[in-house]
Design a protein around this ligand. Structure first.
Ligand SMILES: [Mg+2]
Length: 279
């Protein structure tokens, strides 16, 4: 257990935060106790923060709306999601060329203005796409859509993944995440996907840029030791681990013994203690 003064010392010099969503602010679809008050304390102290999440089942506008219903004001433009990062990547690289985006209906709005193929178009024999982008497609991951994605990749489409999260905690229990589908396609197509969300360096870079700070002054707060903590550290940020989400002592031990593993820069029970040490 880290003493409050120890946490304060570990967080000295942190001038901005990137906050993971699932496991840090929300768990099983509900706000984590004290998270709303912690965000209010950051707002009151004008301490800069942004949400940096791989959660891509919803658009940033919908996420912002859901927070508003829970009484927490987070403007959509304060959210960097794996879906918004994938859309920005697609705008830069694929322009008006057809792309096959496997994502939820709601997150699809992030891709407004781009040429998205329907599932039927993607399934047509001889179909071609500039890119296949795999996100949190939920029920739209079917053998038909996966086969379409595979054929498009075989036909030369670029391969982009919003993230490669293995699993997550839903209101109904643990669930296989879209990273497993990405891995299946990588295995079949014998190619690696380009990841736009965490732990990609570009993703953390975008969050830091939005804060107007340098990476060394920013701490990423997350519950995933690899995607959040190690990823942020590799991008030059500090990685602050919270125990309020999916990883715990067994994962900390696994990380410590892994090649290239590195301890988090700080460990706290939840966002509440971190904000308490900062403002
Ligand atoms: Mg998380």
């Amino acid at each position: 257990m880290t003493a409050p003064s120890e946490l304060k010392r570990q967080l000295a010099g942190v001038r901005g935060l990137l906050l993971d969503l699932d496991g840090v602010l929300v768990l099983r679809g509900k706000l984590i106790p004290g998270a709303a008050e912690a965000l209010a304390a950051l707002d009151a102290a004008r301490f800069p923060y942004r949400l940096a999440t791989n959660y891509s089942l919803f658009s940033r506008a919908s996420l912002s709306g859901q927070f508003a219903k829970a009484g927490v004001v987070i403007p959509p433009e304060w959210i960097v999601s794996a879906a918004s990062a994938a859309a920005a990547h697609a705008r830069r690289h694929f322009g008006s060329e057809p792309i096959y985006v496997m994502t939820s209906e709601d997150a699809r709005v992030e891709f407004d203005g781009l040429t998205l193929m329907s599932h039927d178009e993607a399934a047509e024999p001889g179909a071609r796409a500039a890119a296949v982008i795999v996100g949190d497609a939920g029920e739209e991951f079917t053998s038909r859509t996966i086969q379409s994605a595979f054929r498009l990749l075989r036909g030369g489409a670029r391969f982009v993944a919003m993230h490669k999260n293995r699993w997550w905690i839903t209101p109904a229990g643990v669930a296989l995440d879209s990273g497993a589908y990405v891995a299946a396609l990588e295995f079949g197509a014998q190619r690696r996907a380009f990841v736009t969300g965490k732990p990609s360096r570009a993703f953390f870079g975008e969050g830091v840029r939005q804060l107007g700070l340098s990476a060394a002054d920013v701490a990423m707060v997350g519950d995933d030791l690899w995607n959040d903590i190690l990823g942020a550290q590799k991008a030059g940020l500090r990685g602050v681990f919270v125990r309020s989400g999916k990883h715990g002592d067994a994962d900390l031990a696994r990380l410590a013994s892994a090649r290239g593993g590195r301890a988090p820069d700080a460990i706290a029970p939840s966002i509440v203690e971190i904000v308490g040490a900062l403002v």
